[in-house]
Design a protein around this ligand. Structure first.
Ligand code: HEC
Length: 156
């Protein structure tokens, strides 16, 4: 009897791996969004360079490549609004202000991306001014000294 039991056990052992090809069970909790970079890094690495790029690109009427590049820069600033929403301040009151300002950043940068996609230079310049104001309003609310300027503020 003994050898038979052994053989059976050996077979089961060998076959098990091929039976366990079913999809892996999902982890207990769904993956969640977690901020990893400092807010300052998002400002210096995404917000500012793309805004400065737009400020230069919209100085003259861009060529086809320039319009495509500018649209990308505006969309990166818009996406940064989503990233900022992952990094609200601690107090509830401050959180509401933060979320509103981050949403405005996303909306105004998206608006700019649209006018750039339409290759509308005047509208894009006006939208860039609006975007810079959006940066500054959040900075004022959170007592950040940085002030963002464009070269189109006084242009008509
Ligand atoms: C939702 C609020 C919010 C918005 C919108 C926002 N910022 Fe900021 N910004 C901050 C905060 C908070 C800091 C301070 C970060 C720190 O020092 O930890 C900051 C800091 C900065 C700094 C200074 C970084 C340094 O070296 O100390 C720059 C430059 C900057 N932001 C650029 C921008 C630009 C450009 C935009 C718009 C395209 C923008 N920010 C939009 C909240 C915002």
């Amino acid at each position: 009897m003994k050898p038979l039991v052994l053989t059976c056990a050996t077979w089961c052992f060998c076959l098990l791996p091929s039976w366990s090809q079913a999809p892996r069970p999902l982890p207990a909790l769904p993956p969640k969004l977690e901020p990893v970079a400092e807010t300052k890094l998002l400002m210096e690495g995404i917000a500012l360079p793309n805004l400065e790029g737009l400020n230069k690109l919209l100085k003259e009427k861009p060529d086809q490549e320039g319009w495509v590049f500018a649209r990308g820069q505006a969309l990166l600033i818009a996406e940064n609004g989503n990233l900022l929403m992952l990094r609200p301040p601690k107090s509830k009151a401050a959180q509401d202000v933060w979320m509103t300002k981050a949403t405005q950043l996303r909306d105004h940068a998206t608006l700019l991306a649209r006018s750039i996609a339409d290759k509308d230079l005047e509208k894009s310049r006006a939208n860039l001014v609006l975007l810079a104001k959006t940066c500054n309003l959040c900075h004022e609310s959170f007592r950040v000294e940085a002030r963002i300027q464009t070269q189109f503020e006084n242009a008509k």
